[in-house]
Ligand binder design. Sequence first.
Ligand SMILES: [Zn+2]
Length: 75
Amino acid sequence: MSFYVYETQTIPNESARTCIKCGWGMDEGFLHEPSGSTYCSVACLDNDISLAQQEEMTLDDLFWTDWHNEVEVAE
Ligand SMILES: [Zn+2]
């Protein structure tokens, strides 16, 4: 699976991404591709996107991924 890299925010630590709900630094988690929103857990995901909304999404829109290989990407 390929997807482009969001590098619009400053990353304050060594983690590749930060959960938009709780601010947890993470190297893997849920990605809502259309908005670029990232979530560390189902709890944070459900807190931001209702289950009804999730039901309507496809795996192209919302999926678990990791960014281990993208930490060094500069753009
Ligand atoms: Zn979180």
